[in-house]
Design a protein around this ligand. Structure first.
Ligand code: PGA
Length: 261
């Protein structure tokens, strides 16, 4: 699968919400809007337990499936972990790697993020690598330093061709689940930095084609202004992805914003 930032990329990370019946219900509602959202790339990222049931529903549609995490080993005695082949098996095209909640509560580091990215790429699952600064880091002027370190270490040893298959999600920690969103200008500043960093490290083509998502309290009301920014190619949505109305509305706002840029 090749990636393109010619249309907005709208991904709903359901986190630890939705039983199987609830998940199927939500995806059926999203499917009803598939034509209206066809000028965007729609990805649903449910909990592991609902993956294969959802895949059965979306198989012949434009909606794509993602997982919230992955393990780097192929198989073995790793109780509680899910192998890349198993995600492939369940129908996943994408996987979120290094979400701030994984980093914060489950000890993930740039080094484990790097191993997971390499493993996902090897199995042709496209990684969505999450990066972002804490409130303290922002307030002490360390945002760029933090993001730079996460990019350098997370992408260590990965060649430009492979980097083109990686989506980066900039999610300032202080904006996740808090109702506080980075202003479009604040987000654009960091997105532009991320793109320039990718260009510097991997060349013009990789930089200009990169899909860079914004995440952190994205809602129908702020999606247009965020997505209208030059270097914002889509959104990774938590809370607002749990209801079909708000998720679909965000996709429509994103399409409108893309048409105007
Ligand atoms: P939020 O979550 O939209 O609920 O802030 C975003 C995320 O964690 O990806």
């Amino acid at each position: 699968m090749t990636l393109s930032n010619k249309k907005p990329f709208i991904a709903g990370n359901w986190k630890m919400f939705k039983t199987i019946p609830e998940a199927l219900e939500l995806v059926k509602e999203i499917l009803l809007a598939v034509e209206e959202t066809s000028s965007s790339e729609i990805v649903v990222i449910p909990p592991y337990t609902a993956l294969s049931r959802i895949q059965d529903l979306i198989r012949d549609s434009a909606i794509k499936l993602g997982a919230q995490n992955i393990f780097w080993e192929e198989e073995g005695a790793f109780t509680g972990e899910i192998a890349p082949t198993m995600l492939k098996d369940a129908g996943c095209d994408y996987v979120v790697i290094g979400h701030s909640e994984r980093r914060q509560y489950f000890g993930e580091t740039n080094a484990t993020v790097n191993k997971k990215i390499q493993s996902a790429l090897k199995h042709k699952i496209l990684p969505i690598m999450c990066i972002g600064e804490s409130l303290e880091e922002r307030e002490t002027g360390k945002t760029i330093e933090k993001v730079k370190k996460q990019i350098n270490e997370g992408l260590e040893g990965i060649n430009p061709e492979e980097v083109e298959k990686i989506i980066i999600a900039y999610e300032p920690l202080w904006a996740i689940g808090t109702g506080l969103t980075a202003s479009p200008e604040q987000a654009q500043e960091i997105h532009s930095y991320i793109r320039s960093k990718l260009t510097e490290k991997y060349g013009n083509k990789t930089g200009s084609c990169a899909i860079i998502l914004y995440g952190g309290s994205v809602k129908p009301a702020n999606a247009f202004s965020l997505l209208k920014e030059k270097d914002i190619n889509g959104a990774l949505i938590g809370g607002a992805a749990l209801k079909s109305e708000s998720f679909i509305e965000i996709a429509k706002e994103a399409i409108k914003a893309y048409e105007e840029k």
